[in-house]
Design a protein around this ligand. Structure first.
Ligand SMILES: Cc1ncc(COP(=O)(O)O)c(C=O)c1O
Length: 406
């Protein structure tokens, strides 16, 4: 059982904003004190670049930086050289898409879905335009889920890359990946998984999944912004071309050509976000201490509690009552989500309004925009109550505004 009061002590924002009702962790999670301390430690004590400085502070920086690679590798059951530091899920996916933009040809097929975040959508549209490859969409169920059967219906000998979310950022659904990956591999297609929303709620195991590429972001896991992980399995190391070129990713350069280092370094050109990478280790350690089943138990409890209260409000429509991370995506009858947000924000109840960088799924729901409340370990029943109270206030305000009876 999670003790929220104790958990909140680890997140400094609650000291400065004791009234904060933060229900937007799916956009970016709150940051740990230990993460902040680690960043400060770097600036106060190390302040040097990685790999370059032939002096003690330079060595210490490189050692700490590489220790995060080791920590992340253990965390997701990968080998150290399979971990590439990026600036986030977006950069990781663009790196992979860039590679496919140089190898796909007319007639090849890319499988994605309408459930994808724009990050795993637009890059593939660009790849398809550039290479004349075709995008195939996994048909979603009425509820909006990806199923193995619907995936099989679009899989073919022409499929070269399958790029799907592990957990949807709008619906909170878990994609049945193990079977999908196995089936894709039977067709010799590569698989990329967008794990941005999965990593904060599910233990990732890349060996069990047998996935080729997997991307996630530190900032959704209580870590710093500007840091992400791209996992590439050893087989894809050789074939995948770098996304960026520059310092520290080369072994040898002359006027005619350059020889790149082996992975992961060939994918890490230029100076990385050193302090962020070092501090991300603290976030991983935190996840190692709190096991994922207690995170899910906690968010499920808050989810069920809130849903029960929302069911009593006929003006509220919830689009995803059953999902695996406890997201509540909803609308209030006759109220635009951004208008509702002005009332929520006045009450310091922070959630997300809009299309959540996933326009296709919002359209699939038949909406222009929605509201999304997302829970994590620092939320409690009081947060749920304040959300429900703000929804009631919004309903009452707009009824009065329209001259309707309360
Ligand atoms: C499912 C999903 N994919 C990708 C991203 C993009 O992540 P980032 O902005 O950290 O690169 C997000 C962020 O909200 C997301 O929810």
């Amino acid at each position: 059982m999670i003790c929220v009061r104790k958990i909140r002590e680890a997140f400094p924002i609650y000291k400065n904003h004791p009234q904060l009702v933060y229900l937007d962790s799916a956009a970016s999670a709150l940051k740990l004190n230990k993460v902040k301390e680690s960043i400060n430690y770097y600036y106060d004590n190390l302040n040097t670049n990685v790999y370059r400085g032939d002096y003690d502070l330079g060595y210490q920086t490189t050692t700490l930086f590489e220790a995060t690679r080791e920590e992340v590798a253990q965390f997701i059951n990968a080998d150290k050289q399979e971990i590439v530091f990026t600036k986030g899920t977006t950069e990781g996916i663009n790196l992979v898409a860039n590679h496919f933009s140089s190898i796909l040809k007319e007639g090849d097929e890319i499988i994605i879905s309408e459930l994808e975040h724009h990050t795993n959508f637009i890059p593939w549209q660009i790849v398809a335009k550039k290479t004349k490859a075709t995008i195939k969409y996994v048909k979603l169920t009425k509820e909006g889920r990806i199923t193995v059967a619907n995936f099989l219906a679009v899989l073919s000998d022409k499929t070269k890359i399958v790029a799907l979310n592990y957990v949807s950022n709008v619906m909170g659904y878990l994609t049945p990946l193990r079977e999908i990956i196995m089936l894709a591999h039977e067709k010799k297609a590569r698989v990329l998984i967008d794990a941005a929303q999965a990593a904060p709620h599910f233990k990732l195991d890349v060996k069990a999944l047998k996935v080729d590429y997997l991307a996630f972001s530190s900032h959704k896991m209580f870590g710093p912004t500007g840091v992400g992980i791209l996992y590439l399995n050893e087989q894809t190391h050789q074939e995948t071309i770098p996304f960026e070129y520059g310092g520290e990713m080369v072994l040898k350069v002359d006027k005619e050509s350059a020889i790149f280092k082996d992975a992961p370094y060939k994918f890490e050109a230029g100076t990385p976000p050193i302090e962020g990478v070092i501090a991300f280790k603290e976030a991983i350690k935190f996840f190692n201490k709190i096991d994922y089943s207690s995170i899910r138990e906690h968010t499920k409890m808050l989810h069920e509690y809130t849903l029960k209260k929302l069911k009593e409000l006929k003006e509220v429509k919830v689009y995803n009552p059953h999902n695996e991370i406890g997201l509540i995506t909803f609308n209030i009858d006759g109220v635009h989500p951004h208008d509702a947000m002005t009332i929520f924000a006045k009450n310091k109840v922070y959630l997300r309004a809009g299309q959540h960088c996933a326009e296709p799924i919002t359209k699939f729901l038949g909406e222009m925009a929605t509201l999304r409340a997302s829970f994590h370990i620092y939320n409690d029943f009081n947060d749920c109550d304040k959300l429900v109270a703000s929804i009631k206030e919004t309903i009452a305000f707009f009824k009065q505004f329209r001259g309707e009876k309360k």
